[in-house]
Design a protein around this ligand. Structure first.
Ligand code: SF4
Length: 228
């Protein structure tokens, strides 16, 4: 049974153009070495927040929030996400999802209920196994990209720039791949260290992706490149 691990009651940065709440779902099949939420990886995991409680919260916020974001973990890990999406949309909210893209068929099924997608592109395809800790994931993400490109749903592709695993040459390569298949919006996310990070990269290495020299060739492909 799909579990909601918790809720952030308000965000203005996770769903473009919307004031939203974020629901985090338990479970992720990947083992990204830079994961900030490893406690969300096990499936099933520890008891999280009851779904009824989350729905009660959302019912009380219909006039104050525009949208809801499904995040994780990986929200597409269970097909129960479809029913949960229907319930949230039934309250009148717009709905976004943050996904690693490793469940393309479930994404296709969910898309009619979705208003915006944030799709992680973790690495150039040949480095996907290193960056996800699992084999054969690049093919799944390529399928998800195709599903999104064939749909009318607005989406952003984004890469977290962890200098222990990626280089600026990698992010340029990703941008070229995405631009080549027609992705309109690309974002580079700065790796942020956290308390339990045993071997954090240096600030200089983290910033190396965001120098004018590193950004210039990507901005030629994406003049509105998002850096966050
Ligand atoms: S996809 Fe996200 S939640 Fe899953 S292991 Fe990677 S960073 Fe963590």
């Amino acid at each position: 049974m799909q579990q909601a691990a918790g809720l952030v009651p308000f965000t203005s940065i996770d769903f473009p153009g919307c004031l939203a709440a974020v629901i985090f779902f338990q479970g992720c099949p990947l083992r990204c070495p830079f994961c900030h939420n490893p406690e969300l990886q096990p499936f099933p995991g520890p008891a999280g927040q009851p779904w009824d409680e989350i729905m009660d919260f959302l019912k009380a916020r219909t006039k104050r929030l525009d949208g809801v974001v499904f995040s994780g973990g990986e929200p597409l890990m269970s097909d129960e996400i479809i029913e949960k999406a229907r319930e949230v949309k039934g309250l009148g909210f717009k709905l976004a999802i943050h996904t690693s893209g490793v469940y393309p068929e479930r994404l296709r099924e969910l898309l009619p209920l979705i208003d915006w997608v944030g799709l992680d592109i973790k690495a150039p395809w040949e480095k996907y196994e290193e960056l996800t800790g699992r084999p054969n994931m690049a093919e799944q993400v390529q399928k998800s990209l195709q599903v999104l490109l064939e749909s009318k749903v607005d989406f952003e592709a984004r890469t977290t720039c962890d200098p222990r695993h990626l280089t600026p040459a990698d992010t340029l390569k990703i941008a070229e791949i995405l631009n080549g298949v027609g992705v309109k919006t690309y974002a580079l996310q700065k790796y942020r260290t956290f308390d339990t990070d045993k071997n954090p990269p240096s600030v200089v290495d983290i910033e190396s992706f965001f120098t004018p020299e590193a950004l210039a060739p990507i901005q030629k492909l994406y003049p509105n490149l998002i850096c966050r």
